[in-house]
Design a protein around this ligand. Structure first.
Ligand code: ATP
Length: 393
């Protein structure tokens, strides 16, 4: 037990939490943080449950970012650290899929509102005592996901998506009864009882997993998203083509899993509250097969530039995965950054009249540079640009 507190202390934001928690009793680390510590993994976040009011701990910890009175929760930050605080609570569901009604309780009862046993641990940050629901320890050891009660998915169908993410991330199996409850809930249409926006949120979380295609694969295998067709190879090739620091990796993963049938896909994405800009990007990705075919025909760099300039990197990555990897890579790493040393001002200074002719001369000169017909440098470019024979000239 001491060992667990020591592991908390060793975390980047652990020492400060322990110090702030020492001043009062009834403060626990809960949820995935404890699960991950017990698995010897680095917790992704620190969720803290307080028996009583969260404000004392919140002000001792740092700057209170957001307080939600209704749920008795607060988010606190200090430097790079962030902690999610919540008052111990029990939850009841007025109807299937509704948001819960909450009531303050002790930590034991708080653990009972949770999704799966391996998330229902609480580590007392003052005494080091570790509490858990029934089966939690054995399930953690066996790598098993088990819901705490039979109505779990009916109460909150977003737990179906949570289970898919945990199964993929932790490599855990569904305990047989839980697997039957999943199948039953899906067949009974449990997912239709929650808003599309909440499901969209779950999908977005899946896309941010360490191995998103694995999470999507489990989701599809469980029947949560029949409109997705995850493809590991396609996703890996596309992600590999995405230039570092550019583009939305999450949308590339999603696009690689979308199954072309465009019209319907767009409607589904809109319902899941992907923004118009995101859907436009995904739509561009869905045109990638045609783009890949056209790119395969473009042998000259200037043709490639005409075809690919302005295409979002996400769509380029998907086109690469659709068979044009070498061409897309050539465009991204060699061709797209080639620029002329001269500008329109140089041509005006050399006597070319202002107007569309300037653009046409620059374009033709850039084409020649791209196709290796012109050496780099202002002088060669300027004389080439002045020599350009324009139609009608
Ligand atoms: P992650 O590692 O993905 O951050 P986590 O387990 O910390 O996983 P959170 O979504 O941060 O997940 O939730 C914290 C804890 O709150 C969970 O471990 C779980 O005990 C509980 N929890 C969160 N959402 C639900 C839910 N929909 N139903 C039941 N319990 C939930």
């Amino acid at each position: 037990m001491d060992d667990l507190l020591e592991r908390v202390r060793a975390l980047p934001c652990g020492r400060r939490l322990l110090e702030a928690a020492a001043a009062a009793g009834g403060i626990h680390l809960t949820g995935g943080g404890v699960r991950d510590l017990l698995l010897g993994r680095e917790p992704r976040e620190l969720d803290v449950v307080v028996e009583g009011d969260v404000t004392g701990l919140a002000t001792r910890l740092g700057d209170v970012d957001a307080v939600h009175e209704r749920f008795g929760t607060a988010t606190v930050r200090a430097g790079d650290c962030r902690w999610d605080l919540a008052a111990a609570r029990s939850e009841t569901y007025a109807r299937a899929g509704a948001l819960p009604d909450v009531r303050a309780t002790g930590i034991e009862e708080d653990l009972l509102r949770r999704d799966v046993t391996v998330n229902a641990f609480a580590l007392d940050l003052r005494t080091g005592a570790l509490r858990a629901v029934e089966h939690a320890r054995e399930d953690l050891e066996a790598g098993r996901l088990r819901v705490l009660h039979d109505a779990s998915f009916v109460d909150d169908p977003t737990r179906l998506w949570r289970i898919a993410r945990y199964a993929a991330r932790l490599g855990f199996e569904l305990e047989p009864r839980t697997a039957r409850l999943v199948a039953h809930a899906v067949a009974a249409g449990a997912l239709e009882t929650v808003s599309r926006a909440r499901i969209g949120n779950e999908l977005r979380l899946a896309l941010r997993e360490p191995d998103p295609p694995a999470a999507l694969e489990v989701a599809v295998a469980l029947g949560l998203a029949p409109w997705l067709a995850p493809d590991r190879r396609r996703t890996a090739v596309a992600l590999d083509l995405l230039p570092p620091g550019e583009g939305r990796a999450d949308l590339v993963v999603l696009a690689a899993s979308l199954d072309g049938g465009a019209g319907d896909t767009d409607r589904v994405l809109a319902e899941l509250e992907f923004t118009a800009a995101e859907r436009e990007l995904l739509h561009a990705c869905l045109q990638a097969d045609a783009l890949a075919e056209a790119a395969a025909m473009a042998s000259r760099a200037s043709e490639l530039a005409r075809l690919l300039r302005g295409v979002p990197v996400e769509a380029l990555a998907i086109a690469g995965a659709a068979g044009a990897a070498a061409t897309v890579s050539r465009w991204l790493h060699e061709v797209r950054s080639v620029r002329l040393a001269i500008t329109g001002d140089d041509l005006i200074a050399a006597g070319v009249p202002e107007g569309p002719e300037i653009g046409r001369r620059l374009e033709t000169t850039l084409d020649r540079r791209l196709d290796g017909e012109l050496e780099a440098g202002r002088d060669a470019e300027l004389s080439a640009a002045l020599e350009v024979m324009l139609p009608g000239s």
